[in-house]
Design a protein around this ligand. Structure first.
Ligand SMILES: [Zn+2]
Ligand SMILES: [Zn+2]
Length: 311
């Protein structure tokens, strides 16, 4: 049957049923971002920057390295703090996010990868989010690949009410702005702190799914198309070293060469330094292969990798 795990039909070609919730939400966020320049304020820009860092790290450190891959351990309260930062990024709850991402690792660039650029670049960037996923990851059907997370009632609560967290943040920003300087200022804080920032973090996250499976270099031979792409790493706090990550999924450190800048990992080290992180998994640095030293130019301006196979 089309859409079942192990089926032979690529996700894009399967029966289309629009996922109205995410589709409307993502579209409205973009419309708000378009309106934001008309409501510019320096305070709005600061709200954007602070929340970009917090929610971006919520995804990379919280959802990704901590919850999805369990690449280190931390105190429960710190785990919930990062999960809340993650849920404020508007990328669904922690269970759904981890379930999709684990599926990506299990079926990387194969037919059941939820977002492989082999099925089309824009499909992998955001198209897949507009289609209801036939593979059951819903809580009532068990979240089959995140059973470890389902055991935590706080994470289950966050999954169930994930939409309420960003709404609460938006209401707070608007309320504060309105109280300080009226309607326009309230709108400025919301449009920049929620709408523009959400759209920015969306595309940064999505670039890891799309661009780093197309452009970049490999430190490791993997069966998928994952690459290391410096500019995605720079925008995503280190997630762009995606070939390193696919080769060593459990490693808390994604930038494995000394110059592969990885702020998420530096923050995990800082947490360890103050006693908040332990059992940190770290992959060894890749061995330089004789005769295969990449030119700096090729790293800065990478060629497209394997030709995309459209299915
Ligand atoms: Zn990947
Ligand atoms: Zn991963």
């Amino acid at each position: 049957m089309a859409g079942e795990i192990g089926g032979v039909v690529a996700p894009k070609a399967r029966e289309w049923k629009i996922a109205w919730g995410p589709a409307v939400w993502i579209t409205v966020m973009h419309l708000g971002a378009v309106a934001a320049p008309f409501f510019f304020s320096w305070s709005g820009l600061i709200a954007f920057l602070v929340l970009y860092v917090l929610t971006g790290l919520g995804i990379t450190l919280g959802y990704h390295r901590l919850l999805t891959h369990r690449s280190f351990h931390t105190a429960k309260w710190a785990e919930y703090f990062w999960a809340v930062c993650g849920v404020l990024a508007n990328e669904s709850g922690p269970l759904q996010w981890a379930a999709n991402h684990r599926r990506h690792h299990t079926h990387s660039d194969e037919l059941d990868d939820p977002h492989s650029p082999r099925h089309g670049f824009w499909w992998s960037h955001f198209g897949w989010l507009y289609r209801e996923d036939p593979i059951s990851l819903r809580p009532d059907q068990g979240f089959y690949n995140v059973k470890d997370l389902v055991r935590d009632p706080v994470l289950v609560f966050m999954q169930r009410y994930h939409w309420a967290f960003p709404l609460l943040l938006a209401a707070t920003l608007f309320g504060v702005g309105f109280a300080v300087d009226g309607l326009t200022f309230g709108l400025s804080l919301v449009l920049w702190g929620v709408f523009v920032r959400t759209v920015w973090v969306y595309h940064v996250t999505w670039l890891v799914n799309s661009a780093t499976h197309v452009w970049g270099y490999k430190n490791f031979k993997t069966t998928d198309d994952s690459k290391n792409l410096w500019w995605v790493a720079a925008l995503s706090f280190g997630e762009g070293w995606h070939n390193n990550h696919h080769a060593h999924q459990r490693s808390a450190r994604h930038g494995l060469r000394w110059w592969e800048f990885d702020p998420t990992y530096y923050l995990i080290r800082l947490m360890a330094w103050v006693g908040l992180a332990r059992d940190i998994h770290v992959a060894p640095a890749p061995k330089a292969k004789p005769g295969s030293r990449k030119s700096v130019w090729r790293i800065l301006w990478p060629k497209k990798g394997r030709r995309m196979v459209r299915r």
